[in-house]
Design a protein around this ligand. Structure first.
Ligand code: ATP
Ligand code: MG
Length: 820
C-alpha cells in the first residue's frame, strides 16, 4: 500500500470502516444462508425465511460515526399518488446530519434525520424537494471484496462462498444488500411471478415442491405502474413457455411511451437473479436496438437499478462483443442492428438466454440482413418490442411471429396455404359464402393461435400520469413564390416536356415536397431538373445567394419562426422534426438569426454523442430552446420531455413514421401541457399524402418504407390526382369530410383569384369524391374544427397569434387526464 497517496489510504480506511458497519447488520440479521453454488461466474445467495420477519429498524444502516452515502432520487413535492422524480442524486448521512447532492456533487440542501429510518424506499423532504432513498452506495471493488471476505470470516456460511472473480464478488454483495432491503420491504405491493408448476399443470420432470417464488425486487415494484406489472407477468409467462408450451417468445406492442423498456428491465433483472427452481433463468441477455437508443437502454438500466447493481455493456467500435464475453461482470449486451450485423461472427460465439429486439417492426421484412442473422442465433427466448401497430399485412405478421415463436405458424408455405390464402380470398368482393366462411374461420384461428403472446395497450393508460396533450393539424396557403414554382413543376410534368428519365414521378414528388417546405430548398438544389428551364430562370432571376428568401413569407416557415420568437418569452422548448436534413439546415439558419440556442440530432450524429445531446436538452439547466430532429435518424424511441411543443414540419407516406416522431415529447417526465403541430400546405401534395395516411383505401399499396420510395406504386390517375394543385381551398381534407360544421364547399367563398378554376366543377368533384372515399378522414370529425377568423385566445395559447392571417384551417384534438 506504500505506493498509495494519503487520500487513497483514507478512502480505503473509510471503505473498511463502512464494511464493518454493513457486516454488523449481517451478523445481527442471522438470516443469511450462503450457498456456494458458483457457476458461470455468478455467486448465488439465498435468504432464509426468517428474513421476512426482520424488524425494519434492524435493516437500516445504523450506528454510524462515519459518513454513509446513498443513491437517491428527488423531485418537487407533490401530493400526486404516482410521483415522478426529476433527478438522481446522493444523500450523505453523518450522524443525524444529511446532505442532499446532485450527481455533480453540488449541494441541494441539508436536514437532520433519524439515522435509523434511513432505509431503501424511505422518503424525506430537503430544501423543498422530496427525496427517496434508493440504495447504499458501493461501487468500490475493494469494499465488495472485503465484505465477501468478512462474511466468510465472521458468519461462517453453511457452505463456503467461492468467489471466482470480482464480478461474482460484487454480485454477492449486491445480493446481500437486497436481502437486507427487500427482506423488510416485501409488502402487499410486492410482485410475485405466477407459479410455474400450477400453470404447467401435469408437466413431467417437475417436482412442484421444489418450486420457489420468483419475486421482483422492491426497487422495481416501487416504480412499476399497474399496466407495467401486468406486462412483466405477461413477458415472464411467455418466455418461460407457460403461455404456450414449447414456445418462448413474446411481442410487447404497447403504444409509444408506455415504458416497454422498464418492463423488460424488470424481467431481465429478476431472471438474472432468480428462477422458480433456484438457479437464475438468465445468464446473458442480448438487446438489439436502433443505434440512437443503445445508450438510452443503458441509461434506463442504471436509472431504475442503480449503477451498483447492473453493468450493461454497450457495444461500439471500441467495446466489441468479444470483450463482453470476457467480462463476467456484464450480463447484458446492448447493440445496434447495424453493429449486430457487422459483428455477427463474434456474437454467435456467445450463449444468450434471451434476445430482446427493440423497435422490432423493422424485422418485418425477413430479407433484411439483421432479420436473417437474428433468426439464426441459437436462443429460444425472444422478445420483440414495437410501439408501431402491426399493420394489416399478413406476410409481415408472419415474419414477426415467426421470429419470436418459430414453430407456431409452421413454414412460410404452410402458413400461406392454411392462413394467408383463405383469408385473402375471403376478402374479395365477389367471394362465395363458403370462401368467406373459411376465411373468417382461419382468421379467428390465427388470432387465437397468436394472441396469447402479443400484448398491446394504448396511450390512454398513461394519460392519467401525464399533463394535457393538444394535437393540431394546421393548414396554410402557399406563398406567391411557392405557387409559381409549384405550378411550374406540375405543368412540366403534365405537359410531358421532360423526359421520363430526367424527372420521374419520384423526382416530382420530392420537388413538390421541397417547395412546400421552402422555395430555396428546390431552387438551390443542385439536382434541380428545371435549372435550364427559361420560365424557372425568369422566376428565380432576382434570388441572390446572400438573401435566400428566408425572411420572405412562406407558409410553414413563417409559423415556425413565429413559434420560435414567442418561445423566447417563456421557459418552454420545442422539437422541430423534418425528414430532410436540408430543412434542418434551414432551421439552423433561422435559429442563428433569432439568436436561439439549439441541439441537433440527425443521421450524421455519432452514437456516443446522441445520448449526451438528449440528456443535455432534457436537463433543467440547459439553455437551448430548440431540438432539431431528423425523423429518419431519431424518430423512434427517443424521450424528449424537455420540450413541451413539437412541430412535424413534413409528413411521410408511412403514418407510423409520423406517429413515432410526434410521440417524442408526451412522455413520462413531462410536466407541462404538450402541443403537437402538424403543418400542411393546403391543397398540395402534403395534404394528399396526409389523406392517404388516414384513409384505409389502398393503404397497403401506398405505405412504403421511408428509405425505399422507389417501391411506391401509384396508378397514373393517382399520380394525376397527387400532382393536381387545388388553390381555392382552406383545407382539402376538410372539404372531403362529410362535415356539417360549416358549409365546406361554398363556391361563393372560393377565391376569385384563379379564374381558370371552375367553381361548379370543383364542387361537383368534391361531392363525388366524398361519396367514393371510404375515408377514415371522418375520424377528424371528432376533432375541433377552426376556420378564420380564429379566436385570439386560442391563437395566443398556440403561440401563433401573430401569424393567424397565414393560417387557413385548424383541426385540434385535446387529451386530458379525465378522458382516461
Ligand atoms: N413507471 C414509470 N415511472 C416513471 N417513468 C417511467 C415509468 N415507466 C417508464 N417511464 C419513463 O417513460 C419514458 C418512456 O419509456 P420508454 O422509452 O420505455 O417507452 P416505450 O414504450 O419504449 O416507447 P417507444 O415505443 O416510443 O419506444 C422513459 O423516460 C421512461 O424512463
Ligand atoms: Mg422504446
Amino acid at each position: 500500500m506504500s505506493h498509495k497517496n494519503n487520500g487513497e489510504v483514507d478512502s480505503l480506511n473509510n471503505s473498511v470502516r463502512s464494511t464493518s458497519r454493513v457486516l454488523s447488520f449481517f451478523n445481527k440479521s442471522k438470516g443469511v444462508i450462503i450457498n456456494n453454488e458458483v457457476k458461470n461466474d455468478s455467486a448465488i445467495l439465498e435468504c432464509g425465511p426468517e428474513l421476512n420477519t426482520i424488524n425494519k429498524n434492524e435493516c437500516s444502516y445504523i450506528e454510524s460515526n462515519n459518513k454513509l452515502t446513498f443513491n437517491v432520487v428527488f423531485g418537487k413535492i407533490t401530493t400526486k399518488k404516482h410521483k415522478t422524480w426529476d433527478s438522481d442524486g446522493f444523500l450523505e448521512v453523518l450522524g443525524k446530519n444529511a446532505v442532499l447532492k446532485d450527481l455533480d456533487g453540488n449541494i441541494i440542501g441539508r436536514t437532520t434525520v433519524n439515522p435509523q429510518c434511513i432505509n431503501e424506499g424511505f422518503r424525506l423532504f430537503i430544501a423543498s424537494k422530496e427525496v427517496e432513498i434508493i440504495s447504499l452506495v458501493s461501487n468500490d471493488v475493494n469494499l465488495a471484496r472485503d465484505i465477501c471476505k468478512g462474511i466468510e470470516d465472521r458468519e461462517p456460511p453453511r457452505k463456503r462462498l467461492k468467489t471466482s472473480n470480482i464480478g461474482s464478488c460484487l454480485l454477492a454483495v449486491y445480493q446481500c444488500y437486497k436481502i437486507d432491503i427487500t427482506g423488510s420491504e416485501i409488502t402487499s405491493e410486492s410482485l410475485i411471478m405466477p407459479s410455474f408448476c400450477t400453470k404447467m399443470n401435469g408437466t413431467d420432470n417437475i417436482n412442484p415442491e421444489t418450486e420457489q417464488q420468483v419475486s421482483v425486487d422492491a426497487c422495481l415494484t416501487n416504480v412499476l405502474r399497474p399496466h407495467q406489472r401486468d406486462g412483466v407477468i405477461f413477458l415472464y409467462e411467455c418466455i418461460m413457455g407457460i403461455k404456450i408450451e414449447n414456445n418462448f417468445g413474446a411481442i410487447l406492442a404497447d403504444e409509444m411511451g408506455l415504458g416497454k423498456t422498464l418492463q423488460c428491465i424488470t424481467l431481465v433483472w429478476t431472471l438474472l437473479k432468480k428462477g422458480p427452481f433456484g438457479k437464475p433463468i438468465l445468464k446473458r441477455v442480448l438487446i438489439v436496438t436502433p443505434s440512437s437508443l443503445c445508450n438510452n437502454w443503458k441509461k434506463e438500466f442504471i436509472h431504475w437499478l442503480g449503477s451498483h447493481r447492473i453493468f450493461p455493456f454497450v457495444a461500439d467500435s471500441k467495446n466489441k462483443p468479444q470483450n463482453f464475453k470476457r467480462q463476467p461482470r456484464s450480463q447484458v449486451l446492448i447493440i445496434s442492428y447495424e453493429m449486430f450485423v457487422r459483428t455477427y461472427e463474434e456474437i454467435k460465439e456467445i450463449n444468450f438466454d434471451l434476445i430482446i429486439c427493440d423497435e422490432g417492426h423493422r424485422l418485418k421484412n425477413s430479407n433484411i440482413q439483421a432479420a436473417k442473422l437474428l433468426q439464426e442465433i441459437d436462443c429460444k427466448r425472444r422478445i420483440l418490442l414495437s410501439g408501431t401497430p402491426i399493420q394489416n399485412d399478413l406476410q409481415e405478421f408472419y415474419t414477426l411471429v415467426n421470429f419470436v415463436n418459430p414453430i407456431i405458424l409452421g413454414s412460410s408455405t404452410e402458413y400461406k396455404r392454411y392462413y394467408e390464402g383463405p383469408i385473402i380470398a375471403s376478402q374479395c368482393p365477389h367471394a362465395s359464402d363458403d370462401v368467406q366462411f373459411l376465411g373468417k374461420d382461419r382468421a379467428k384461428e390465427l388470432r387465437d393461435a397468436t394472441s396469447p403472446f402479443i400484448l398491446r395497450r394504448t396511450q390512454e393508460i398513461i394519460s392519467k400520469y401525464l399533463p394535457r396533450k393538444h394535437e393540431m393539424v394546421i393548414f396554410c396557403h402557399l406563398s406567391e413564390k411557392q405557387k409559381a414554382l409549384y405550378s411550374l413543376v406540375i405543368d412540366t410534368w403534365f405537359d410531358n416536356t421532360i423526359s421520363e428519365k430526367k424527372a420521374t414521378h419520384l423526382t416530382i414528388i420530392t420537388a413538390l415536397k421541397k417547395i412546400c417546405n421552402h422555395p430555396v430548398l428546390f431552387t438551390k438544389d443542385k439536382d434541380n431538373f428545371l435549372s435550364n428551364n427559361p420560365a424557372f430562370l425568369q422566376l428565380t432571376k432576382n434570388d441572390n445567394a446572400s438573401n435566400s428568401n428566408e425572411t420572405e413569407y412562406c407558409g410553414k416557415i413563417t409559423i415556425v419562426r413565429c413559434l420560435m420568437r414567442n418561445l423566447k418569452k417563456t421557459d418552454e422548448k420545442i422539437v422541430l422534426v423534418s425528414y430532410y436534413t436540408q430543412t434542418l439546415d434551414f432551421f439552423e439558419s433561422i435559429c442563428n438569426a433569432e439568436g436561439l440556442k439549439y441541439c441537433r440530432l440527425d443521421g450524421s450524429t455519432q452514437n456516443v454523442a446522441r445520448m449526451k445531446i438528449i440528456e443535455q436538452f432534457n436537463s433543467k439547466t440547459d439553455d437551448s430552446k430548440i431540438f432539431l430532429l431528423s425523423a429518419k435518424a431519431g424518430g423512434v424511441g427517443l424521450n424528449l420531455p424537455g420540450a413541451s411543443r413539437l412541430i412535424l414540419f413534413d409528413s411521410d407516406w408511412n403514418p407510423a413514421s409520423d406517429a413515432q416522431a410526434m410521440a417524442r415529447i408526451w412522455r413520462h417526465g413531462q410536466k407541462k401541457s404538450v402541443y403537437i403541430y402538424r403543418l400542411l400546405m393546403s391543397g398540395t401534395i402534403e395534404e394528399k399524402i396526409y389523406q392517404r395516411q388516414i384513409s384505409k383505401t389502398n393503404l397497403s399499396e401506398v405505405v412504403v418504407d421511408a428509405n425505399n420510395l422507389s417501391s411506391l406504386k401509384l396508378s397514373s390517375s393517382e399520380l394525376k390526382d397527387l400532382f393536381t394543385l387545388i388553390l381555392n381551398t382552406d383545407s382539402l381534407t376538410h372539404d372531403l369530410m362529410n362535415c356539417t360544421c360549416c358549409d365546406q364547399i361554398n363556391p361563393n367563398e372560393l377565391s376569385d383569384e384563379y379564374e381558370d378554376i371552375n367553381k361548379e366543377e370543383y364542387t361537383k368533384n368534391i361531392k363525388k369524391k366524398q361519396s367514393q372515399q371510404n375515408l377514415t378522414i371522418n375520424q377528424l370529425l371528432d376533432w375541433q374544427h377552426y376556420r378564420k377568423p380564429f379566436a385570439d385566445n386560442m391563437m395566443q395559447e398556440l403561440m401563433l397569434k401573430q401569424v393567424s392571417k397565414h393560417i387557413s384551417f385548424i383541426f385540434k384534438n385535446s387529451i386530458t387526464e379525465n378522458m382516461s
